[in-house]
Design a binder for this molecule. Structure first.
Ligand SMILES: Cc1cc2nc3c(=O)[nH]c(=O)nc-3n(C[C@H](O)[C@H](O)[C@H](O)COP(=O)(O)O)c2cc1C
Length: 218
């Protein structure tokens, strides 16, 4: 992969690409019977990781729940209206962020070594930065999934404290967990069901605000 897109390679995406990412992409609650491979999950991550974050801190962490047993652990935290669709989704992603993301700054921001201590010395600043950039990275995840032909169903209807206790608590069993999820320093942000959406299941699209209702040029 080239590290820098030359001006000649930068161009407006074709209309059908814009449709897939935005205009015809929908939020899904029902899923086709088509699995999502580990390879595809890696591909989504390896695209979305390039989205920008403050100081390149990359605070988002993703716990990808695929098995019935993992989904059952999530169930008690879900709002009633989110239970069935989550159990039916091929994968449910816990989009989370690491409060101590700055520990990886020596790798991620080698040109700016002072940044690590700036966050380490100011937990409130670190928390705000982690949540803001972790949320952005959640959006990058959705966009990346769509570019690969998948669909998403993001959800905030759940109990964050219950999810954090079950999956990210200091005493959560470490079995099967990777080094990405440091006990006691991960906070859930939102959930995102992931799969190939059933087009028969979507309601008519709700409108969006017009430019003048949401934007102002000074
Ligand atoms: C952060 C976030 C939280 C959401 N929470 C829920 C939820 O808890 N339950 C639900 O059914 N839909 C939830 N939604 C789905 C939104 O209602 C949906 O994305 C929005 O209405 C746009 O739908 P469309 O993409 O089909 O146009 C959430 C979406 C986002 C981005």
């Amino acid at each position: 992969m080239s590290q820098l897109a030359t001006p000649a390679l930068r161009h407006r995406l074709a209309d059908d690409a814009l449709d897939v990412i935005f205009r015809t992409a929908r939020t899904y609650n029902e899923w086709l019977d088509k699995p999502v491979s580990d390879e595809t999950l890696r591909e989504i991550y390896n695209l979305m990781k390039w989205g920008p974050t403050s100081a390149n801190g990359s605070p988002a962490r993703f716990l990808l729940l695929r098995t019935e047993a993992a989904k059952e652990r999530l169930r008690p935290a879900l709002a009633p209206g989110n239970v069935e669709k989550t159990l039916r989704a091929p994968v449910t992603v816990i989009v989370a962020y690491d409060l101590r993301f700055y520990q990886k700054l020596p790798k991620l921001s080698p040109h700016n070594p002072a940044m690590r201590d700036l966050f380490a010395d100011n937990p409130e600043f670190a928390e705000t930065t982690a949540r803001r950039n972790g949320t952005l990275q959640g959006a990058y995840f959705i966009i990346a999934a769509r570019t690969l032909g998948l669909d998403c169903g993001p959800m905030s209807g759940f109990d964050n404290a219950k999810v954090d206790g079950e999956f990210f608590g200091a005493d959560t069993p470490r079995e099967g967990m990777c080094e990405a999820l440091v006990p006691g320093s991960i906070k859930s942000n939102f959930l995102c069901n992931l799969g190939y959406g059933d087009p028969a299941s979507v309601r008519p699209r709700a409108p969006r605000l017009e430019f003048a209702e949401a934007c102002h040029v000074l």
